[in-house]
Design a protein around this ligand. Structure first.
Ligand SMILES: *Cc1c(COP(=O)(O)O)cnc(C)c1O
Length: 374
């Protein structure tokens, strides 16, 4: 009698992803249904009603049986005008995450290295790794700033092709100082990617360093300031010789006609957007002051969110208590270098009040031994 056949492997066992993909973790940001959503740094305001009406009229003119304008030229011209550069300095994509991906596919990939300074935006590491690049870590100081000495150490040891700086940095809120970005540009043989997803909330932009002979990329998004997270549109400004390489790598017709129209029309509302930014900055100062009156540590922010750390109650417990009060913030306490930390997005005045009240209640009682804080 012959031995029974071993069970045949399932398709999932036979078809294996790349080993580096098997080792990866996906994107975790729970989408919980609550009344006050302050977890993903979107704008609390919908876009202007006039923009919505204009877009609806524009949609009726789209030739849906035709591919979109492959170069997204009108959009590039409009973005370039906003920033005082020509369209050949602009590359747009499906969210600044696709901008990051295109840069990583073009200048990263197998055999190459990208550098990040933790704690920072997790997608820089994730997307660089997905491209096949090695990722090396730089450290931030206790105030979460990056020092020139640390930049030099990373460059000397790893010679990265891409250095990510995030200004203001998500989730810690601080700016990369102009001197630091200049120093990094002068010290590296690779490119410097300055992620300015929150640039409009800050007092300084690395745009001022754009130069045809400088390997700098500055990225922006419509998801935060422009109240258009649902559209998925972001862009970068970079020297034209770099933009030409990105155009080769990105998929043809990657920006659909709807998105191109939405993004171009939105730029006609720059004044409305600037007014919203002003409101949010005023609210940020109010939330900052509110937090400082509670038993939490607070880091100063140049963005539309604030990082804080409950002093005596476990952050996971505070996060859950906030959810129980229908307020959702981002739990960063398991992120590298952020033990015990939570991040709150600045919302409307009502949402911020609801957050501060819920937080005060969540910090009440139930003091735990601080040695239990992870
Ligand atoms: C939100 C965010 C992005 C992502 O922007 P999308 O345009 O929505 O893809 C990029 N970088 C940072 C630092 C962010 O916080």
């Amino acid at each position: 009698m012959s031995a029974p056949n071993p069970p045949s492997p399932t398709a999932a066992q036979r078809v294996q992803p790349r080993p580096d993909v098997v080792a990866m973790e996906g994107y975790h940001s729970p989408q919980v249904s609550v009344r006050v959503r302050l977890n993903t740094n979107e704008s609390p305001f919908p876009p202007p009603a006039k923009w919505q009406a204009q877009l609806a009229a524009e949609v009726s003119r789209i030739e849906f049986h035709r591919y979109p304008d492959r170069a997204a030229w009108n959009l590039r011209v409009a973005i370039g005008e906003l920033h005082g550069v020509g369209p050949e300095w602009v590359f747009a994509a499906n969210g600044s995450n696709e901008v990051i991906q295109t840069v990583c596919l073009t200048y990263g990939g197998p055999g190459r290295t990208a550098a990040v300074f933790e704690p920072t935006y997790a997608m820089h590491r994730h997307i660089a790794q997905t491209s096949g690049a090695r990722v090396v870590d730089g450290a931030r100081g206790v105030d979460f700033s990056v020092s020139e000495a640390e930049v030099d150490r990373v460059i000397d040891e790893a010679h990265p092709e891409i250095i990510f700086l995030c200004s203001p940095n998500n989730p810690t809120g601080g700016l990369a100082a102009p001197e630091l970005v200049r120093h990094t540009l002068a010290a590296t043989t690779g490119l410097v990617f300055v992620d300015e997803a929150y640039g409009q909330f800050a007092s300084w932009s690395a745009q001022s360093l754009l130069d045809d002979n400088s390997p700098i990329v500055v990225s922006r998004t419509y998801s935060k300031t422009w109240s258009m997270a649902a559209v998925r549109l972001g862009y970068l400004l970079a020297p034209p010789w770099m933009v030409a390489e990105f155009d080769k790598v990105v998929l043809p017709y990657h920006l659909d006609s709807l998105k191109q129209a939405a993004g171009t029309l939105a730029l006609g509302y720059a004044d409305e957007m600037a007014a919203r930014v002003e409101q949010l900055v005023a609210q940020r100062e109010r939330v900052d002051a509110g937090l400082r009156s509670l038993a939490v540590d607070v880091w100063p922010s140049s963005a539309n969110f604030i990082l804080f750390r409950p002093r005596a109650v476990d952050a996971n417990l505070v996060w859950q208590r906030l959810v129980d009060r229908s307020v959702l913030v981002r739990n960063c306490s398991s992120w590298p270098g952020l033990a015990g930390c939570l991040r709150v997005t600045i919302g409307t005045a009502d949402e911020n009040d609801a957050f501060l009240d819920a937080l005060e209640a969540s910090l009440d009682g139930a003091l735990i031994d601080s040695s239990e804080i992870p």
